[in-house]
Each structure stands twice: as C-alpha cells, then as structure tokens.
Design a protein around this ligand. Structure first.
Ligand SMILES: Nc1ncnc2c1ncn2[C@@H]1O[C@H](COP(=O)(O)OP(=O)(O)OP(=O)(O)O)[C@@H](O)[C@H]1O
Length: 276
C-alpha cells in the first residue's frame, strides 16, 4: 500500500527575496514583487526592495538591465510612457502609490526627480524655483516665496553663484549649475525622496565632484536614490547599493560589502569590469 501523500507535497514556491538590511529601520520606499513591462517586454522582473530613509542608495548594473525603468516606477514617471505597465506594489511610508485616487502631481513633488540632462525651465533662475511652491500652494506671500527660493538654492549649493542674477535665464547657467538648479527646484517643494537618474553623466569632472558633494550634504534630509554607470561614483556617494542584472536585483547590501566583498559571481564580474 502506498504511503499517504504528505499534505504539502509540492515544494512551496520560493518567496521572492526582499532586498533589505535588518538594521535599516522602517523603509521609506518598499517595492514588492514589482514587474514593469513595455508592451509585452518585461524590463523589470519581480523586484522587491526596501529603500532606507537615511542613506543614499545606488542602483548599478549593465546598460539595459532596468535601473532607470525601476527608478521611474518609484514616482510613477512610467505613467508618462504610453506602453509601460507596472505590476506589484510600491509603498511610500506604507502607502500604495499606485492606489486609485492617488494625486500623481503631489506624489512627484514628494518624490522628486533629477534627470541625466539638466532640464531647467526656459525661465528665470528665480522662477525655476518659485514655480513649484506656487502651484503646490506652499506659500501665501512673496516674502515667504523669496525665502523658499533662497533656502533651496542654498541647499543646492548655488546661492552664492546666482544671488545677484536671479532674473537671468536658468538656461544661461553652466551645465553643472543647471543641474544644481534642477536639484534646488526639486528641493523647493519639500520632497521626502529625491530620485537621480545618472545626474552627472552630462557634466565635467569638476561639476560632477560638486554634485557628489551636494548629494552627501543632502543625505539624511531626504532619502536619495541614484542610478549611476560609474562604480566609482556609487562607491563615493552611496551607503547602500543594489546590483541589477536583466531586470532583477542580483545583490543588495551596504556599498562597502558590494564593492569589497560581493557574494554573487555576477556582481563580482560586474564590479571588476568583466562586463557592462
Ligand atoms: N520607453 C521604452 N519602450 C520600450 N522599451 C524600453 C523603453 N525604455 C526602456 N526600454 C527597455 O527596457 C529595458 C531596460 O531599460 P532601462 O533604460 O530601464 O535600463 P538601464 O539599466 O537604465 O539602462 P542604461 O544604463 O543604458 O540607461 C531595456 O531593454 C530597454 O531597451
């Protein structure tokens, strides 16, 4: 006679691993089982990660592995791409940002974004910063607005360079200054998270160093996530690193562990320059 089949005969499907570190405290952003599709093509495949509040988190990985796609899903920027579709759950402070009724304009103020190519509005330096607080109703007086403009530019390390030319066009600044203007613009609406998609790739080494210093100064005030192709940059500016490959997170850990003591072969190969 056959022995009765055990009830749980089939192995339970392995739960997708959550990229998180036990000592990091409550996550600012929690992504659970996130997949992102462009039409039928899956660009992100079942990614789960906790992004901490107090650190800079770097997303690294070879070209086309999905870093920018995943970054854009964290403030619903993928909504602006016609054939993009996000599955799974993304929570900020425990709240699902894809829930119906979510105010996406508000979300993108809370979760600001800085792009590869600086993209100031073709308006004055002052207006570049003042526009957001004005449309979000953050101020009631011109004095208050002036204060926000000054504080934002100070935090972005740009005030001293532009305080005497606030009426000049933002587009007349150098590339590095434009990128700091864009960071100031994100800061002006009082965000909680700043997403940066290769923010230095269009900048020279001196402007890059200035942005990296700035990221370090902003750490702790905002949760910061940066996509970068430069492993040196990830090592310099971040404390947490996620290594992406073919739409998945292969390894997540402290930046020093990822760069000095990676567990996975694929991470090792990437950081030693064997591919990517
Ligand atoms: N708008 C789009 N429509 C269709 N496919 C896209 C779109 N944007 C990205 N993809 C595809 O999704 C995959 C992931 O792209 P993504 O730009 O997120 O990767 P990445 O890791 O940020 O790359 P890179 O480092 O080169 O910027 C790639 O195969 C890419 O071709």
């Amino acid at each position: 006679m056959n022995a009765p089949l055990p009830l749980n005969d089939a192995p339970a499907e392995a739960a997708a691993q959550i990229s998180t570190l036990p000592d990091d405290g409550p996550a600012k952003i929690s992504a659970r089982n996130v997949s992102v599709f462009y039409g039928a093509k899956r660009a992100i495949d079942d990614v789960s990660i906790d992004v901490p509040n107090d650190y800079v988190t770097a997303f690294i990985g070879p070209s086309g592995c999905g870093k920018s796609t995943f970054l854009r899903s964290l403030n619903r920027m993928n909504d602006t791409i016609a054939n993009a579709r996000v599955e799974g759950e993304i929570l900020i402070d425990g709240q699902d940002i894809y829930r119906s009724g979510m105010d996406v304009v508000q979300l993108r103020a809370r979760v600001g974004m800085v792009f590869q190519k600086p993209n100031p509005f073709p308006k004055s330096i002052y207006e570049n910063i003042a526009y957001g607080p004005r449309i979000h109703g953050l101020t009631t007086s011109k004095n208050e607005l002036d204060g926000i403009v000054e504080t934002s530019l100070q935090r972005a390390g740009l005030w001293d360079e532009v305080k005497d030319r606030l009426t000049d066009s933002g587009t007349a600044l150098s590339g590095g200054q434009q990128q700091r203007l864009c960071i100031a613009r994100a800061i002006a609406v009082d965000p909680e998270v700043i997403l940066m998609d290769e923010p230095c790739s269009a900048l020279d080494p001196i402007a890059t160093a200035r942005i990296e210093e700035l990221i370090d100064e902003l750490r702790g005030r905002y949760a910061i996530v940066i996509v970068t192709h430069s492993m040196q940059q990830a090592a310099r500016v971040s404390q947490r690193t996620a290594f992406f490959h073919m739409g998945k997170i292969v390894e997540y850990g402290t930046t020093s562990d990822i760069f000095t003591n990676p567990r996975e072969e694929r991470t090792k190969d990437y950081i030693t320059g064997r591919y990517g």
